[in-house]
Design a protein around this ligand. Structure first.
Ligand SMILES: Cc1cc2nc3c(=O)[nH]c(=O)nc-3n(C[C@H](O)[C@H](O)[C@H](O)COP(=O)(O)O)c2cc1C
Length: 172
């Protein structure tokens, strides 16, 4: 595939990965390996930022980790990099995975085809977040862009998760 080319997920396709508490990959399903372009040994034990795309604002990942640390589940749109320089958008759900004794085993992520109409809106927001981050010092950048995103969500008059539901057209 040519550099910079988009791969669109099909309906009903599910991309799954699991990580340890530090975000190192411990499991990837076959579709994950196919779309990301890595064989299992290249993924296992690697940090999940292996597939991080440079168009993704750091503020989104700040929100992801804050949400997980609050023992909540994260929903969000993520643009990921393939091993040959292509990319794919997903609607990701990431949850903490607890053992019966309540200790943290790691994290679990299930991703599926996003509403590509929603991606148009979301990628505009992410571009704006990148601009905000570029104007800040590295340590303040994620918080600054996340504040801006939360403000956008507030203007829509709902929670972040409600907004994702709305963008996905899942509203009743
Ligand atoms: C279960 C799980 C799945 C993740 N999936 C992705 C992913 O698909 N793409 C991505 O860029 N980061 C993903 N992350 C977040 C990365 O761990 C990392 O925080 C992010 O890529 C930003 O990189 P950085 O923390 O080095 O700045 C995931 C984290 C967890 C715990």
């Amino acid at each position: 595939m040519a550099r910079g080319q988009e791969v669109e997920l099909c309906e009903n396709e599910i991309i799954i990965s699991k990580t340890d508490p530090k975000g190192r990959i411990t499991y990837a399903n076959r579709r994950f390996m196919q779309i990301a372009g890595y064989a299992e040994p290249e993924l296992l034990g690697k940090p999940h930022n292996l597939i991080r795309h440079s168009d993704m604002p750091r503020g989104v990942f700040r929100f992801l980790w804050q949400t997980l640390q609050e023992k909540k589940e994260f929903f969000g749109y993520v643009k990921n990099l393939t091993s040959d320089g292509g990319f794919y958008w997903v609607l990701a759900n990431i949850t903490p995975d607890y053992r019966v004794d309540s200790s943290l085993a790691g994290y679990f992520s299930v991703r599926r085809r996003p509403n590509y109409q929603a991606i148009k809106q979301v990628s505009e927001w992410y571009k704006e977040m990148l601009k905000i981050e570029a104007a800040e010092t590295p340590s303040r950048a994620p918080e600054a862009s996340l504040l801006w995103l939360k403000d956008q969500v507030k203007q829509q008059g709902c929670s972040y998760n409600d907004l994702v539901t709305r963008l996905e057209g899942l509203e009743e």
